[in-house]
Write a protein that binds this ligand. Structure first.
Ligand SMILES: Cc1cc2nc3c(=O)[nH]c(=O)nc-3n(C[C@H](O)[C@H](O)[C@H](O)COP(=O)(O)O)c2cc1C
Length: 169
């Protein structure tokens, strides 16, 4: 079972989440390939896809949206899981229903699930414009990623793909 884990990440933290998902899938005996989504042309050669993006202004990054547009028909015919990373702070902000709105992508891909994971923010890596936005919304700097929750989610995907758990899209 070959699984594509394709990710759009502006500052690298969502890419590390994708790497962790890939490692968990591999540990469960699946053949996982983790790739930057803008370097993947299509889904040929894969039996399932896990797609993710950092959340920016309530949406996925352009490269991730473009990948779904390009591959909509193929994705609708294969098992697909989606993840986003974004919310920051303790308590986390924004709430899941405000963090990222990708109902169109969920529908187009017939995804089994869309997980929203807390993200990470390092002001030193941001552009001038990004820093202004972060200041305006008072986003908290820090690394809020929950590696246990990410591993648990990936384990569920592995169980579905191995037929140990029902797949429902
Ligand atoms: C300019 C800017 C806008 C952001 N907008 C959102 C947002 O709409 N929703 C959200 O949950 N997080 C938002 N975030 C937080 C990022 O999604 C978070 O830092 C994420 O971990 C970044 O992923 P990356 O390192 O893969 O780019 C924003 C961050 C920046 C810098």
């Amino acid at each position: 079972m070959r699984v594509l884990v394709a990710v759009a990440s502006k500052h690298g933290s969502t890419r590390e989440i994708a790497d962790a998902i890939g490692q968990t899938l591999e540990a469960a005996g699946l053949d996982a390939t983790v790739a930057d989504i803008d370097l993947v042309s299509d889904t040929s050669g894969y039996d399932a896809a896990v797609l993710g993006s950092g959340a920016y202004a309530g949406n996925w990054l352009k490269a991730a949206r473009a990948f779904v547009d390009r591959n909509e028909q193929a994705l609708a015919k294969m098992p697909v899981w989606l993840f986003s990373s974004g919310p920051l702070g303790d308590p986390l902000k924004p709430d899941d229903d405000e963090a990222v709105k990708i109902q169109g992508i969920e529908k187009a891909t017939k995804a089994a699930d869309h997980a929203i994971f807390p993200g990470a923010l390092d002001k030193a890596t941001l552009s001038f414009g990004e820093r202004a936005i972060i200041k305006a919304v008072r986003a908290r700097e820090g690394d809020f990623r929950n590696w246990d929750a990410i591993a648990d989610w990936a384990k569920e995907i592995a169980m579905c793909l191995k037929g140990e758990w029902p797949y429902t899209s």
